[in-house]
Design a protein around this ligand. Structure first.
Ligand SMILES: CC(C)(COP(=O)(O)OP(=O)(O)OC[C@H]1O[C@@H](n2cnc3c(N)ncnc32)[C@H](O)[C@@H]1OP(=O)(O)O)[C@@H](O)C(=O)NCCC(=O)NCCS
Length: 186
């Protein structure tokens, strides 16, 4: 992971994470309206371009909200964010959330983006702990989190309905600075 503080970009082997631009609107809408994407992350698919435009202008104000792009193609294929958590201004604990457009699933991109975000949060932001959650049936997301070193920390039973209509649990996972350092040494 290479962080450019002037551009606020995070570069990995295959990806560039950068802040949102107006020109991302159509790519953003393309996955935000997909019924297979948002509901897996707990939000409803966008119903119009205007709805996506409104979210985009909100996300543009958040420096830790990144568009995921493939190196050499400046096209938004997903998003990843480190969100504030717990006491306001505490700043040492963040929660990571992410989504990827469906045609890019299964290429290892989110594992790469999430690992870069974890490294960025500990190395650059000085975080002490990171959180991530997923609904229990979301095996792909659970795998991303496990591969990035997150361990199960809690469970909220019967939290929501999964896309098949079944009620499911939410699993909370976390990684501490110490366990990240330990993994980085290996
Ligand atoms: C979850 C999501 C981000 C995963 O992104 P991705 O780039 O496809 O994930 P990766 O390719 O990095 O895969 C991570 C691991 O999960 C595995 N995996 C991928 N899809 C899977 C599935 N449907 N079931 C089980 N495992 C799966 C991969 O094989 C990989 O493990 P491996 O390297 O050991 O083979 C993507 O599916 C997505 O955006 N889904 C909709 C939104 C969402 O669920 N967001 C997360 C909310 S918590």
């Amino acid at each position: 992971m290479v962080y450019d503080s002037e551009l606020n970009t995070i570069t990995t082997e295959r990806l560039v994470l950068r802040n949102i631009a107006e020109s991302d609107l159509y790519d953003f809408y393309d996955f935000a309206r997909d019924p297979e994407v948002g509901p897996r992350a707990g939000w409803q698919p966008h119903r119009s371009l205007d709805e996506s435009r409104a979210f985009l202008s909100m996300f543009k104000k958040r420096p830790l909200y990144f568009a995921i792009t493939v190196k050499g193609e400046d096209r938004m294929i997903g998003s990843i964010e480190a969100m504030g958590y717990g006491l306001e201004n505490h700043g040492k604990v963040k929660e990571i959330g992410y989504v990827l457009c469906r045609r890019e699933w299964g290429k290892g991109y989110m594992t790469e983006a999430c690992q870069a975000m974890v490294d960025f949060c500990f190395e650059v932001l000085g975080c002490e702990k990171l959180l991530c959650e997923s609904f229990e049936p979301n095996k792909a997301s659970a795998n991303v989190q496990r591969k990035c070193g997150f361990e199960e920390a809690g469970r909220t039973r019967m939290f929501t309905r999964w896309i098949d209509g079944e009620i499911c649990d939410r699993i909370d996972r976390c990684i501490t600075l110490d366990s990240w350092k330990e993994r980085s040494r290996r």
